[in-house]
Design a protein around this ligand. Structure first.
Ligand SMILES: C[S@@+](CC[C@H](N)C(=O)[O-])C[C@H]1O[C@@H](n2cnc3c(N)ncnc32)[C@H](O)[C@@H]1O
Length: 328
């Protein structure tokens, strides 16, 4: 549904249909926001919080306290992250590093009539525009709830999704964006259509879990980054090749990230013993790097095949630490 193109009357009808209340005096932009998030745009956050908490307790038999020992530390939780996140308590993670679906797959793959070359064709990566927007609002809302105030959030994306993710962080949740990192892939695949530039970048949005004006005291290991960059300030353009074959030896994942990109994020934005979340774990790259850098982690992934790859990689990484961070 394209809310922007709907008349106020129809927006109100849609809210009514969804059982949402208190919309009669709202302006069009607020009606759209209410439909997109399910949260009343003008009611105070305390009230919204209670509603979210009520839902957690309804949907989950596990009621955690804030004691981190009770959390499933260093475990992969199998299932849909929208359900699994609801079983976790508020404000327990120091950081979230995640690589969500980009909504770039096509039912027949991204191919070309004159070539057998087919890339992304993953069911988990196919959404309508509106469904993708709503899905992104839903998982980001849950991640912000389980992250500590002023905790770091790093989200990967390509041009297919990064504007949507940025809009949601800035305009729906009013979170502070600290940086956008550009990951440049010097060995990216050529463009088979020859109708556009060769896609050779991905982006990482770094946001802090607080309202933009209130965000403070976020973790940034400036000196570590400088040391990794020949004693010069680390820039936000990282030239790092695609995932090497050696990191895929336990099985293939269509969008596995190189450990070296995730390693740089984790060293920049977390400290030893911090607890890191990745709700779209895939082949477990975030956990692999967290293990190697002495951070705690909780992963969520709905595909069992990917979880098996992740387990093998994590087991191996426990024994094989990065010997020299400067290589990454
Ligand atoms: C882009 S991949 C992550 C790849 C990962 N960074 C790696 O290095 O292997 C996204 C992953 O999210 C998973 N996924 C998609 N929707 C999900 C959901 N609602 N809950 C949990 N996992 C989901 C997919 O199965 C896929 O493995």
């Amino acid at each position: 549904m394209n809310f922007q193109q709907m008349r106020i009357l129809d927006l109100r009808k849609e809210l009514k249909k969804r059982g949402l209340k208190g919309y009669s005096s709202l302006k069009k932009e607020h009606l759209i926001q209410y439909l997109s998030t399910g949260i009343h745009p003008l009611k105070n956050t305390q009230k919204q919080r209670t509603t979210v908490e009520e839902k957690i307790h309804e949907s989950s038999p596990t009621i955690f306290t804030d004691i981190t020992e009770e959390l499933p530390i260093n475990q992969i939780l199998s299932g849909d992250c929208l359900n699994v996140l609801k079983t976790l308590p508020d404000g327990v993670f120091d950081c979230c590093v995640t690589d969500p679906p980009f909504n770039m797959s096509k039912k027949k793959g991204l191919g070309w009539a004159f070539s057998s070359h087919i890339t992304m064709q993953e069911q988990w990566d196919i959404f309508s525009k509106d469904d993708y927007f709503q899905f992104t609002v839903n998982w980001i809302r849950e991640v912000l709830r389980v992250l500590k105030t002023n905790g770091n959030l790093f989200i990967f994306g390509s041009f297919h999704c990064i504007f949507t993710i940025g809009f949601i962080l800035q305009n729906i949740f009013d979170r502070r964006i600290i940086s956008q990192i550009v990951w440049f892939k010097p060995n990216a695949q050529p463009n088979i259509t020859c109708r556009m530039f060769t896609e050779s970048t991905e982006f990482i949005i770094w946001a802090v879990n607080n309202e933009s004006k209130k965000a403070k005291n976020w973790t940034f290991n400036y000196e570590t980054m400088k040391a990794m960059n020949n004693d010069k300030q680390m820039r936000n353009m990282w030239e790092i090749p695609l995932t090497p074959r050696s990191e895929r030896k336990h099985g293939k994942h269509p969008s596995q990230k190189p450990e070296s990109v995730v390693n740089r994020i984790i060293l920049a934005g977390t400290n030893e013993d911090d607890l890191i979340l990745d709700p779209f774990s895939g082949s477990g790259t975030t956990a692999v790097v967290a293990e190697k850098q002495n951070r705690k982690w909780i992963m969520i992934e709905k595909n069992e095949e990917y979880n098996q790859i992740a387990k093998m990689r994590i087991d191996e990484s426990t024994y094989k630490l990065f010997e020299d961070n400067s290589n990454y």
